[in-house]
Design a protein around this ligand. Structure first.
Ligand code: AMP
Ligand code: MG
Length: 449
């Protein structure tokens, strides 16, 4: 078989937003992980992907045009006008999914970085994104991880790796900001039209597109909140237009329900703490509205009014998304019981995943944690049995598995991957409980660099 045919609609339509770039040669590439079922969904033959030509293809040497995409972004509230793919290339797309390879060497957007990926963070993104997919959360997917044979410099010297992922698109709020900052006539409009037709064909106007992004992102972040997921770097360049979760760097999951929790070592002030995620989404959407402003109406004042009007609807849209997830979590749409549940979680700070499972398995035991009054009231509503996972990628388990992988033993990582990609089956207590006392305090994930 020869290399699969990929389409290049984005780089074809938006030469202003991409730079042609070549993947570097890797000294000793080894395919460590291949997502065979996802490969098949894409129409790619897993056996071919395992061949030397397939490995070349995954590393960006398949012969087609490869590009680095430009984007801007507010990072921790500060605008960086030119970020872009500093260590990733868009290979093209097939079956409606863009294929992106991350860690393939410097591009014009590298800003001094080496353009490479470290094994730990690449394995981390693969596992967490596949867990999120299995949990039903819109997300980019992991297609493959390859070690490169390089030793790269981070806090120490670590093995280099490449992650191949797919996405509905890699368009971000930061892509629209970048297009706006370039100042090319009509570019923002063409970009938003492309994104609308691709992701929200039911929307017929730019305002409809903006509102669709708001609804999709709200639905995604509401799922994060139900599962206790903390993204860690909700910058505008890490917020997609499609609504998929993207860029798993210093992400983590709550064990104990502490809404103020944040983990990222680079998030000194807790801007992206668990409880702030809905408000930050609103802030990011406001940056999208600014970047799109002229598209809301040809008349400047009317455009401001319409953008403001759409933003004024965000609290209601968020509220609805949150209610939907609470109703799923509790098996009842009763809003009073849902609000009390959130209060009790904050008050008693149980392990969130365990508490959710007790709703299914043992309401009596749950009563010992959150009190019998709420449980009795909840049961009197005759709720449906909700679906809750037994397993999330527990921070401490992933941490240990990555440490083993970095020292050459992929076994524990593969075991954990099998568990978290089948999260509704009980794989036993070893994968179930929260981190040991004291772990959270010392645990600071490192940005995915
Ligand atoms: P991320 O934290 O992965 O979302 O990346 C933020 C920005 O930094 C993006 O523009 C990345 O392309 C860039 N970046 C991250 N790591 C590297 C690296 N090792 N070399 C070059 N650019 C990088
Ligand atoms: Mg990013």
């Amino acid at each position: 078989m020869s290399a699969p045919h990929l389409d290049h609609p984005f780089s074809g339509a938006f030469p202003e937003l991409v730079h042609a770039a070549q993947a570097e040669e890797q000294p000793d590439p080894q395919l460590l992980l291949l997502n065979e079922s996802h490969a098949r969904e894409l129409g790619l033959d897993p056996d071919w992907l395992r061949s030397p030509d397939g490995v070349s293809f995954l590393l960006g040497h398949g012969g087609g045009p490869t590009v680095a995409m430009g984007y801007a972004g507010h990072q921790f509230g500060q605008l960086s006008p030119r970020l872009g793919d500093g260590r990733a290339l868009l290979l093209g797309e097939t079956a409606g999914r863009e294929i992106h390879t991350k860690g393939t060497g410097p591009t014009v957007f590298s800003r001094g970085g080496d353009g490479r990926g470290a094994l730990g963070p690449m394995l981390r993104e693969y596992l967490v994104s596949e867990a999120m997919h299995a949990l039903g959360v819109p997300t980019t997917r992991g297609l493959a991880v390859l070690s490169t044979g390089r030793r790269i410099q981070r806090t120490g010297v670590v093995p280099g790796a490449v992650l191949v992922r797919t996405a509905a698109s890699h368009l971000r709020i930061g892509t629209v900001q970048y297009a706006r900052l370039l100042g090319v006539d009509g570019l923002v409009e063409r970009l938003c039209t492309y994104a609308r037709k691709r992701h929200y064909p039911e929307a017929s106007t730019h305002e409809g597109f903006f509102r669709a992004v708001m609804a999709a992102q709200s639905a995604t972040v509401a799922q994060w909140m139900r599962l206790g997921f903390i993204h860690g770097v909700m910058n505008t360049d890490n917020t997609t237009l499609s609504g998929e979760t993207i860029d798993y760097g210093p992400c983590a999951f709550l064990d104990r329900y502490d809404p103020a929790m944040f983990f990222s070592s680079i998030d000194r002030h807790g801007r992206y703490a668990f409880r702030n995620q809905p408000a930050i989404l609103g802030w990011n959407l406001a940056r999208l509205a600014e970047a799109m402003l002229p598209l809301f109406d040809a008349d400047e004042n009317a455009a401001v009014d319409k953008a403001q009007g759409a933003m004024n609807d965000f609290p209601g849209v968020w509220e609805q998304a949150q209610q939907r997830e609470l109703a799923r979590a509790l098996g009842t749409a009763d809003t009073g019981i849902g609000q009390r549940w959130l209060q009790l979680l904050a008050e008693h700070a149980p392990d969130l995943t365990t508490a959710n499972r007790l709703l299914v398995d043992d309401p009596g035991a749950l009563a010992e944690i959150v009190g019998s009054e709420w449980v009795a009231d909840w049961q009197s509503l005759d709720p449906e049995v909700p679906a809750h996972p037994h397993h999330i990628p527990r921070n401490h388990l992933l941490h240990e598995a990555l440490r083993d992988a970095e020292s050459g033993d992929l076994g524990p990582y593969l075991d954990l991957l099998a568990v978290v990609t089948d999260p509704f089956t009980d794989h036993g207590p070893a994968y179930r409980g929260p981190a040991p006392e004291g772990f959270d305090e010392s645990f600071r994930t490192f940005c995915g660099t």
